[in-house]
Design a binder for this molecule. Structure first.
Ligand SMILES: Nc1ncnc2c1ncn2[C@@H]1O[C@H](COP(=O)(O)OP(=O)(O)OP(=O)(O)O)[C@@H](O)[C@H]1O
Ligand SMILES: [Mg+2]
Length: 262
């Protein structure tokens, strides 16, 4: 196992091995069994859709992977190594980027400031003001060129995020993950409440995340998006995994039946 750790990014053997494997994931909130013995695995360059009705346990599962919650039992293996994820910071340093359902952008900051929030290159407050200003300019330029490179167009880059539409905000949050993602990107309903054009922009970014070689876990209720993007779909119901299949236009009804338990 350890011999393959040095394998390069594009190595064929490595591509076959799941970058993230969850086994026996179980989580209770008091009397509620939110997750019961869930197994999932996702590989580089693959989009795994996590499906299920409201309350099925999707967000709980991804929050356990991204360090917001701790599993009661179960293991998380990243690149062949069992990894304890005790905080969002630990998830991040293990290569897991998450775009949460309840968008994690700071309203009072610009896209550039949001991009680098928690990873500022502006330096500490005691730096001379001129130097801080230069670093701020550097972050603004980097964020603007990154957004342009991702074809995310904003009315202006220096406006605070509070003044942007839901779709623009969502696009910034997903774009941010494409820049910092190293292994695994988790997106919890990134197109919920978006219009057609805005959804398209976000879906294109999700495809880009996959094409960059990330393992992508996508939660969505939109079956068209599932069929368009998913390499595989895992269905949860009442905290249990009830099925896994490759979604196509032909088995859409089967997938819907699994979700609602018909
Ligand atoms: N912090 C919490 N405290 C207590 N119960 C919780 C908590 N978070 C989730 N739950 C419960 O766990 C179950 C699964 O919730 P979860 O948010 O994972 O569902 P979901 O599949 O993401 O649903 P949705 O599609 O509505 O987002 C629900 O019964 C929910 O009430
Ligand atoms: Mg949810």
């Amino acid at each position: 196992m350890s011999a393959s750790i040095s394998a390069s990014h594009g190595d064929a053997g490595e591509a076959d091995r799941p970058v993230l494997t969850i086994t026996g994931a179980t989580k209770r909130f008091g009397p509620v069994l939110a997750l019961s013995e869930i197994d999932i695995a996702v590989r580089r360059g693959e989009i795994l859709c996590l499906l299920g009705d409201n309350g099925a346990g999707k967000s709980t599962l991804i929050k356990c992977i991204s360090g917001v919650h701790r599993l009661d039992s179960g293991t998380i293996v990243i690149d062949g190594q069992t990894t304890a994820i005790r905080s969002p910071a630990e998830a991040r340093s293990a290569g897991i980027e998450t775009v949460y359902q309840d968008l994690a952008l700071f309203d009072n900051l610009t896209p550039a400031q949001n991009f680098f929030a928690g990873r500022e290159i502006a330096g500490p407050k005691w730096l001379p003001r001129g130097l801080r200003f230069l670093r701020q300019r550097q972050m603004d330029c980097e964020a603007a060129s990154l957004l342009a490179g991702l074809k995310v167009t904003l009315p202006r880059n220096d406006a605070v995020v509070a003044m942007m539409s839901g779709g623009q905000r969502q696009a910034i949050a997903v774009a941010r993950s494409t820049v910092f993602a190293r292994k695994v990107v988790i997106l919890d309903e990134p197109t919920a409440a978006l219009g057609l054009r805005e959804s398209r922009q976000v879906l294109d970014l999700v495809a880009r995340l996959r094409d960059q070689g990330n393992a992508v876990i996508l939660i969505t209720h939109n079956m068209e998006h599932v069929i368009e993007l998913a390499n595989r779909a895992v269905v949860l119901r009442q905290g249990r995994k009830v099925g896994e299949l490759i979604p196509t236009a032909h088995n859409k009804q089967q997938l819907v039946a699994m979700i609602v338990g018909a």
